[in-house]
Ligand binder design. Sequence first.
Ligand code: ZN
Length: 207
Amino acid sequence: MAQAHDNAPDHPVHYQVPELTDSLEASLRSADLITTDRGRTLDFHGRRPSLDEVWALLAQVADPEVPVVSVVDLGIVRELVWAKEVLQVYITPTYSGCPATELIESEIKLALMQAGIAQVSMHQRISPAWTTDWITAQGRAKLKAYGIAPPEGSASKAALFGQVQEVTCPHCNSQNTQRISDFGSTACKSLYKCNACLEPFEYFKCI
Ligand SMILES: [Zn+2]
């Protein structure tokens, strides 16, 4: 995949949100924009939030491909650091060459800007590679509640034993399931069918 970051892993992508004009800032301050857009309500205009507060904000930013989980649930956001007034955001893309990566960066940047954090520097950290092991317990619970079977076992075990793994039906918890297709609605999911309740479901691939 001809992704820019593949060619230059040691040179993180830098960009900065343009300086806020008075009118832009005024529109960002409007409660409408902040509270209706994707339901986020945190507003840090006028002060520098703590890192915990920024984590809480990013925990509300949905993953573009699996909107039921956030970019924090998936373990995509790795580190946040304040460097003076510039927030440094380190993310690890999920799947190599995943087209959603650019979108994830934009979503994160947009959320930060809307909450009042104007100066952001995004960095892609591609090593160590992202693994489904980084999906939080809360993220796994959200996936299952949404009808997507969360990845099972550890990624290293999955690699060891190849594709042979038991996948639990998110609807009835039966392990009597079968894979129908290696690709579901996105490349990171497979399509399964439950032989017990007969419901089809998606499985978030373990990598
Ligand atoms: Zn079932």
